[in-house]
Design a protein around this ligand. Structure first.
Ligand SMILES: [Zn+2]
Ligand SMILES: [Zn+2]
Length: 252
């Protein structure tokens, strides 16, 4: 369930759950995601916030986080999955920190201002949270001979989190500028790749801006035009797009 598309797909499928109390006719029942798409919590927002559909007979709208396992149910139309995941799990879930916590980093105009200095992209706490998104065994290049430059530690240090489109895929994303890159080769340097794409795009990535600026002047807002548009991945590898619109084969 590390793949966003797999999480989105989980909401389209009917799940078999154990009936309780069990009836003689059938011990299981089919359950579908019960809420309309205009709920704040829908397949897309829940999946982006880290959740997949995980219902039970008693909790028909239960979802679970792919990283911390947190289960939530009883969704109302205005419940915001990002806000709730961040509020409940910011001390225990790296996805809540790196993805859902972005709401705390923005001002009312959608600019990254990082009022909470612990959440500066260059802080050790954020780097650690980014690293945790790679899991213990998920990242395919850890411990791979010759891939010393593309370990999960180097990726996290370069501002990336793990956003595979399928199992064992090596797509990473900078959540500050929405740059997604995959197809890493042994000689690639993640910091250089991030910078190179950034200079081409014309807009400054807040991660790069704040890393270079260090932490003394945190009041400067780095303007990002609305939500940044999806940006293409490196041409030499698979050519697809950012985390928001990934198309992936349905597998865990
Ligand atoms: Zn979580
Ligand atoms: Zn970036």
């Amino acid at each position: 369930m590390q793949s966003l598309q797999t999480r989105i797909d989980s909401f389209q499928k009917t799940k078999r759950v154990k009936r309780y109390p069990s009836k003689s006719s059938s011990s299981t029942a089919s359950v579908k995601w019960p809420h309309p798409p205009d709920f704040k919590a829908n397949a897309t927002t829940l999946a982006e916030a880290g959740f997949y559909f995980s219902p039970s007979w008693d909790d028909r709208d239960s979802v679970a986080c792919f990283l911390c396992g947190k289960e939530l149910s009883d969704w109302d139309s205005n419940d915001d999955p990002f806000e709730i995941h961040y509020t409940k799990c910011q001390n225990s879930c790296a996805w809540a920190v790196v993805r859902c916590g972005l709401i705390e980093d923005l001002d009312s105009k959608g600019r990254f201002v990082f009022e909470n200095k612990k959440r500066l992209p260059s802080s050790k706490a954020m780097e650690k949270a980014r690293l945790e998104t790679f899991g213990k065994i998920w990242w395919p290049h850890d411990g791979e001979p010759g891939h010393g430059a593309t370990t999960s530690i180097k990726m996290a240090r370069a501002g990336f989190v793990y956003t595979p489109q399928a199992a064992e895929d090596d797509t990473v994303t900078c959540l500050y500028c929405n740059l997604s890159l995959g197809g890493w080769e042994t000689e690639d340097d993640p910091v250089q790749e991030h910078r190179r794409r950034d200079s081409k795009s014309g807009a400054t990535c807040p991660f790069l801006a704040f890393s270079e600026q260090q932490s003394e002047d945190v009041s400067t807002a780095v303007h990002i035009a609305d939500p940044p548009p999806p940006r293409a991945k490196r041409g030499k590898a698979r050519a697809t797009t950012s985390t928001a619109v990934v198309q992936a084969p349905a597998q865990d």
